[in-house]
Design a protein around this ligand. Structure first.
Ligand SMILES: CC(C)(COP(=O)(O)OP(=O)(O)OC[C@H]1O[C@@H](n2cnc3c(N)ncnc32)[C@H](O)[C@@H]1OP(=O)(O)O)[C@@H](O)C(=O)NCCC(=O)NCCS
Length: 466
């Protein structure tokens, strides 16, 4: 990656657009404590969090060391050191179907001060983030959203869903098979060295997860501020397989009223194997002196109900979109994943911002690998391409089928960049977006092929906020 996270100048177009409104757009160096403090003040204000403690500032300094931190400043404001808008971005891996990872750009800390809202500041920053992401070589930009109405206009779409679940302890009788390993109650702080490797393997198993960063574990394990009430309440479990290898861990807290059974809140669960997942869940739901177990950001296909005598012990409180994906480079994004089988499909993608516009051909083999190429002459407004090989004729028998010609009868879809982001990880079927009128098929049967190709081996999930 040639893009220098800390030295590349602030995006020129956004700088000019904001300067025309009397605002200064600039990078914040995370090692500059005073500048970072002002920036964190603004970020916390945007998300209605309390003012930062000295410990939080140190923690954030460690977090933002690996991120590009940007602020918009108004010299005429009463507090010119506190930006009126914030954003941060960093390169990350995004897990995609097939146990692979593609280059992504994570966007976070999008805030605009209440005194400066609805003047186009967020738009300037969001469009700048996309250009930075492209410069950094990312195939997609990703974010999590406080409100589902903000980011579609920039080409993002919900690509994973997450469930909040509540397990009724009295009804939770385990019926699943025993696991070969063992669950240990451990000191959370003692996990700090093992956690990243376990989490890395867990992330690779699930499309939709992004790389974990070091300070995330400090927060999860309570080592960032060990003396706080919250951190002292953190408990941890570790699953070791039959050879004694750590394969998973979970952290949780129990809250309760005096003399009443408590609620166990699962805050983090990373399982590198199915055994680890089952072993940890069992240990969590079989706690005594609790009435319920609560967990957020769980898969909508959680295996837990299938492990209990009474599957209705698991209630889904809510299901919501979680990871939002914005495709920037369709060739890299599509070629990075594995597909659900052999087939050829053409995607005619429109993109109001232009980045992903074009016509792309996916030529997938039975093992799920695909050649993906941008079809010359394709584009947002270009006619259906006439110079690409015919569909349906898999190249298996004859090598490349370059001689034949595709027509509008080809297996193909016409879709916007948002719809491409939504189907990329397999979180929604292309035909479902067809039923919603958001994707069109060029010939009968294209949806069936697309549904099969875009299917993922497991429901995509992002199990953290960022
Ligand atoms: C969301 C937020 C960043 C928007 O900032 P802003 O500078 O007021 O936004 P802009 O003026 O650039 O508006 C850009 C577009 O988004 C729309 N928009 C802005 N905030 C919106 C919201 N909360 N819901 C729906 N649309 C919104 C605007 O109408 C505008 O649409 P248009 O360009 O298509 O006409 C700001 O309200 C904020 O800081 N909110 C609190 C923190 C937060 O929720 N951040 C998002 C984190 S994921």
């Amino acid at each position: 990656m040639s893009f220098d996270l800390h030295r590349a100048p602030a995006d020129r177009l956004a700088t000019d657009a904001l300067a025309a409104r009397g605002l200064e757009y600039r990078l914040v160096e995370p090692s500059d404590r005073a500048a970072l403090l002002g920036w964190i003040e603004a970020d916390n204000r945007g998300f209605h969090h309390p003012r930062p403690t000295p410990q939080q500032i140190e923690f954030e300094q460690r977090t933002f060391r690996d991120r590009r931190v940007e602020g918009v400043y108004d010299r005429a404001s009463a507090t010119p050191g506190i930006p009126v808008a914030t954003v941060s971005g960093w390169p990350t891996g995004l897990s995609v179907p097939g146990g692979r990872s593609i280059d992504a750009w994570a966007v976070s800390s999008v805030t605009v001060a209440p005194t400066h809202r609805r003047r186009g500041i967020a738009r300037a920053l969001m469009e700048a983030q996309l250009r930075s992401a492209i410069e950094a070589g990312a195939a997609v930009a990703v974010l999590t959203a406080t409100e589902a109405t903000i980011y579609g206009r920039f080409g993002y779409a919900p690509a994973t869903r997450a469930a909040s679940i509540r397990i009724d302890r009295r009804r939770a009788h385990w019926s699943g098979a025993d696991v070969p390993g063992r669950v240990h109650a451990v000191d959370p702080a003692a996990l700090i060295d093992q956690a990243p490797a376990i989490a890395r393997r867990a992330v690779a198993r699930t499309p939709g997860e992004i790389d974990r960063w070091p300070s995330l574990f400090e927060r999860v394990l309570g080592t960032a501020d060990p003396d706080s009430e919250h951190s002292r309440g953190v408990r941890a479990l570790r699953y070791d397989d039959e050879r004694g290898q750590a394969q998973g861990f979970a952290t949780y807290r129990v809250t309760r009223e005096p003399d009443r059974p408590g609620t166990l809140h699962v805050s983090f669960l990373a399982a590198a194997t199915d055994d680890a997942e089952r072993g940890l869940w069992r240990a969590l739901v079989e706690h005594d002196f609790i009435s319920a177990v609560q967990a957020h950001l769980r898969s909508v296909e959680e295996p837990l109900p299938w492990l209990l005598e009474d599957p209705r012990a698991v209630e889904v409180d809510a299901i919501a979109d979680h990871l939002w994906v914005r495709v920037l480079d369709p060739v890299a994004a599509l070629a990075g994943r594995r597909f659900g089988g052999a087939g050829t499909l053409t995607l005619e993608v429109t993109d109001p911002l232009g980045h992903a516009a074009g016509t792309y051909e996916i030529d997938a083999s039975a093992d799920g690998r695909a050649e993906v190429r941008r079809v010359e002459g394709g584009g947002a407004d270009a006619p259906w391409p006439a110079d690409v090989p015919a569909v349906g004729s898999r190249r298996a028998a004859s090598g490349r089928d370059g001689g034949s010609r595709r027509s509008r009868q080809s297996n193909g879809l016409a879709l916007g960049v948002q719809e491409l982001g939504a189907i990329l990880l397999g979180g929604v079927r292309p035909s479902t977006l067809g039923r919603a009128g958001r994707i069109a098929e060029h010939s009968r049967g294209s949806f069936a092929i697309a549904d099969r190709l875009f299917a993922a081996e497991r429901e995509p999930l992002l199990s953290i906020w960022f």
